[in-house]
Write a protein that binds this ligand. Structure first.
Ligand SMILES: Nc1nc2c(c(=O)[nH]1)N[C@H]1C(S)=C(S)[C@@H](COP(=O)(O)OP(=O)(O)OC[C@H]3O[C@@H](n4cnc5c(=O)[nH]c(N)nc54)[C@H](O)[C@@H]3O)O[C@H]1N2
Ligand SMILES: Nc1nc2c(c(=O)[nH]1)N[C@H]1C(S)=C(S)[C@@H](COP(=O)(O)OP(=O)(O)OC[C@H]3O[C@@H](n4cnc5c(=O)[nH]c(N)nc54)[C@H](O)[C@@H]3O)O[C@H]1N2
Ligand SMILES: [Mo]
Length: 766
């Protein structure tokens, strides 16, 4: 019997061993609330979804590169590694020689897996940079709008997200936490790179036990853990800015706002106040006005505003709020609300962005740097905002606005993806299917036959972390973990590093790419970054072999000093914010100067885009949030995720009132549809939703009923067939996938069986 070995994942640290051919997993002993998502991992050892051999799409193998309507519908032919590498190398050489690096899209967005060395994006970017570079993507699907607006109005994104408010401060000092978008505990299960102790539940519990009130503003009641003893304000999706303006109106008109704070630490309040009172646009943003839009009654808004002014109050805004039309506005308006309360920089008060969305947010910062693989410099300056991929592929040369720049989309001939799943993360999948027909070649490294792999021309099988040694470490996580190989590579899968090393040998860049180091050599080199920093600060700094043998290393954390917000409060002259004025910008001259209609000089209420493209107005809201049973699309074939399916289909939650109006019963197969497409799902009736709102989590693998159809139906339950592919605004062009409008009906007849997890049937060469 093999002994347990240390390992780590986005869901937490654990030990694993193989016993009687089965992978056993034991969560880290120090983790107070290990994530159930660990239970998805064993499937990656033996699932038929694993890619076992390199494969090439028949049309590409027989006719060579070129735009192809068959992508996503064609057969795959398995080939030997040597042939696959030779095909990829020759195609890269052709595209670089003929069209140059600006025709290669290597953004390769995605979460990939934990592990600092075998990090797929670092590997692919390092590899492509040595060939001449690639068009990259900027920002994230997580926080596309927040990342762009934050530096204009409050300071660098990571200062606001990671360095200001801690869970300890909340447990210690907050009296009221008003959470716009909530703090769904399912989300804190996860942190990119590792999450060795899940502490959020306990911290919320101790704050609540001390008497802190948790106010949940969300269309879903379960966006707080039970420990919060939360008070639920069931809001209409997409209307938080209206509610915030209503609260601000009470603060301003009842003189509950902190004028001294606004004078000293902010710019532009009076311009904003003229909007609040209607002096500048004729519409007074009273609680009555807000109530009519957001569905929360006037008296509740008034009382809430007064309570917030009277208490040590923390305003939090979730990622989800800004992953929607005009997503910049709730981020900014939350900041303005917190500024009016005057508590920014006070212990347990002020503003926090995305607290609770990831397991390590709100933990203490580390004092030492983590190991990272050098990606080298990208000689290509061109980029796209990450969620504009379909626009780019469909409209080469077309103009678009972004953050004050007038830009044009590049003309992409080759797409290279390693470590992400665009057919999971992108919106309007029918449009993405059309976009993926355009390039001449699409290459994907994947561990599993995801929809993105199925839409590629050349698919190279990558190992999972279970099959390789690595170092696990993440921002905010005080444990560095020796991730030891637990199983042999599945099939003929290779590490991304080995794949790129093989390609680099054929392309003449091997020496620069590998620096003549084995993967094991690299681990020691990377580890040294952290070891040196430990030694330099006089701390215990074990050598690599000692760390590896011990299995983990505790990293020192910074004391809780309140971060940049406290420093600014204590001395606004010495600790200027990194905004143009050095203060909180309630009015931004920079943003105003861009002249955008959809994001102007101060936060505003913009009505959501009309949704009546089809014949009928579409009445129900669909919340497409993160799944509790998996991370995105990863391991959707794992046991925990599959246990939540109903007859193989993804569960859709609907309020009993909406279900009754449509003759839908618990467990029924339903069809969701709008102007963009349709999907099937299984109905679960639930009173945890606001009536008029349904919820279908992301991540069910896209299964088109007919992959050749112009408008495909997903029979498994992927909401991105329904979401809209437009940017948040011209400022950030962020993803707007969180919310959409749909109609729903009972599926009549015999629903087609879900087959997405059945083994791929390969074709033979003709
Ligand atoms: N409608 C809607 N859409 C959304 C969202 C939403 O709220 N609503 N949320 C968005 C957000 S916030 C995000 S971050 C994105 C997430 O989108 P992604 O990060 O693209 O989703 P993942 O499923 O994590 O994809 C990671 C892929 O990497 C593969 N992988 C894992 N390890 C390795 C490896 O070592 N090598 C290689 N080559 N591959 C590996 C996995 O098999 C998986 O397919 O989705 C976005 N999409
Ligand atoms: N288990 C699990 N955890 C995850 C992930 C995962 O895939 N699985 N993904 C991780 C990633 S990459 C990210 S970026 C974060 C994302 O963090 P978030 O974006 O915050 O997470 P979501 O679950 O998409 O949304 C949180 C809640 O916002 C609420 N909401 C939606 N629209 C509105 C609205 O208009 N107003 C209000 N007030 N509330 C609204 C929804 O009810 C939803 O449950 O989660 C991370 N954590
Ligand atoms: Mo994300």
């Amino acid at each position: 019997m093999t002994p347990f070995k240390t390992h780590s994942s986005h869901w937490g640290a654990f030990s694993g061993r193989v016993r009687d051919g089965v992978l056993e997993i034991r969560p880290h002993a120090c983790d107070p609330h290990p994530s159930p998502l660990l239970g998805n991992l064993p499937a990656s050892a033996d699932s038929p979804m694993r890619i076992r051999r390199p494969a090439v799409r028949r049309g590409w193998l027989e006719h060579g590169p070129g735009a192809a309507a068959a992508r996503g519908a064609d057969e795959f032919i398995e080939v030997e590694w040597d042939e696959a590498l030779a095909l990829v190398a020759a195609e890269l050489r052709r595209v670089y020689d003929t069209h140059g690096p600006q025709a290669v899209f290597g953004g390769s967005y995605g979460w990939a897996s934990a592990g600092r060395f075998h990090h797929a994006q670092s590997q692919v970017h390092r590899f492509l940079n040595l060939l001449g570079g690639y068009v990259k993507s900027v920002n994230t699907y997580s926080s596309g709008a927040a990342m762009v607006i934050m530096p204009h109005v409050l300071g660098p994104y990571d200062h606001v997200e990671r360095k200001s408010v801690t869970w300890d401060a909340i447990a210690r000092s907050s009296q009221m936490v008003v959470a716009f978008g909530g703090m769904a505990i399912k989300n804190a299960d996860v942190h990119g790179g590792g999450n060795s102790a899940h502490i959020v539940r306990d911290r919320i519990g101790s704050a609540s036990a001390r008497g802190c009130r948790f106010i949940l503003v969300s269309p879903l009641r379960d966006d707080f853990p039970p420990e919060a003893n939360g008070e639920w304000l069931s809001i209409i999706p997409g209307t938080d800015v209206a509610l915030m303006l209503g609260i601000a109106h009470v603060l301003a008109t009842e003189h509950l706002h902190d004028r001294a704070f606004l004078d000293r630490y902010t710019v532009g309040y009076l311009t904003f106040e003229a909007y609040l009172t209607g002096a500048s646009d004729g519409v007074e943003k009273t609680p009555d006005w807000a109530s009519a839009l957001c569905g929360i009654d006037t008296e509740t808004i008034r009382t809430l505003a007064r309570d917030m002014a009277r208490s040590r109050t923390l305003v939090t805004v979730s990622h989800s709020l800004q992953r929607a039309d005009h997503g910049e506005q709730p981020v900014w308006m939350g900041i303005v609300l917190a500024a009016m309360l005057g508590q920014m920089g006070l212990d347990g008060g002020g503003y926090a962005y995305s607290l609770g969305a990831l397991g390590n947010t709100g933990k203490h910062d580390l004092t030492v740097p983590l190991p990272t693989l050098d990606q080298f410099r990208n000689p290509v300056a061109d980029f796209i905002p990450v969620a504009r991929i379909a626009d780019m592929l469909l409209q080469p040369g077309a103009p678009y606005a972004y953050n004050g720049q007038a830009r044009r989309y590049p003309d992409i001939k080759l797409v290279y993806w390693a470590g992400g799943n665009p057919f999971h993360h992108h919106q309007d999948l029918n449009r993405l299917r059309a976009a993926f027909r355009r390039p001449e070649t699409i290459i994907v490294h994947e561990t599993a036959w995801t929809s993105s792999a199925r839409h590629a021309d050349i698919v190279l099988p990558a190992t999972t972390t279970l099959e390789r040694d690595d170092i696990g470490a993440a921002s905010g996580d005080p444990l560095m973990i020796a991730m030891k190989q637990l199983i042999a590579p599945v099939g003929e899968a290779r590490d991304d590093y080995a794949i790129f090393s093989g390609l680099a040998r054929l392309l003449g860049t091997a020496e620069a790419f590998t620096e003549n180091r084995s993967a094991r050599d690299w681990l020691a080199v990377l580890y040294d970054t952290t070891r040196k920093a430990l030694a330099a600060s006089g701390q215990e700094a074990p050598d690599f072999e000692t760390f590896w043998a011990g299995g983990e290393l505790a990293l020192p954390v910074k004391p809780d000093t309140g971060g940049p917000a406290r420093a600014f409060r204590d001395d606004p002259h010495a600790s200027l914010l990194a905004t143009p004025s050095g203060k909180i910008e309630i009015f931004s001259q920079t943003i105003e100067s861009f002249g955008y209609e959809d994001c102007q000089g101060h936060p505003r209420w913009y009505p959501p885009h009309a949704e009546a493209e089809g014949a009928n107005p579409v009445p129900l809201h669909l919340v497409c949030n993160q799944p509790h049973q998996r991370l995105h699309s990863q391991l959707d074939y794992g046991a925990v995720s599959r246990a939540t399916k109903i007859a193989g289909r993804e569960a859709l939650r609907i309020h009993p009132i909406d279900a009754a109006a449509r003759g839908i019963q618990d467990g029924d197969v339903v069809r969701l549809f709008n102007a963009r497409g349709s999907c099937l799902a299984a109905a679960v009736l639930s009173e945890a939703l606001r009536p008029g709102v349904m919820q279908l989590a992301t991540g069910a693998w896209f299964e088109p009923h007919d992959p050749t159809a112009e408008e495909a139906t997903c029979i498994h339950g992927n909401p991105n067939i329904l979401t809209r592919d437009i940017g948040t605004s011209q400022l950030a062009q962020g993803c707007t996938g969180q919310l959409t409008r749909v109609e729903i009906e009972r599926f009549a007849g015999t629903p087609p069986p879900v087959r997405i997890f059945e083994p791929i049937r390969f074709a033979h060469r003709s």
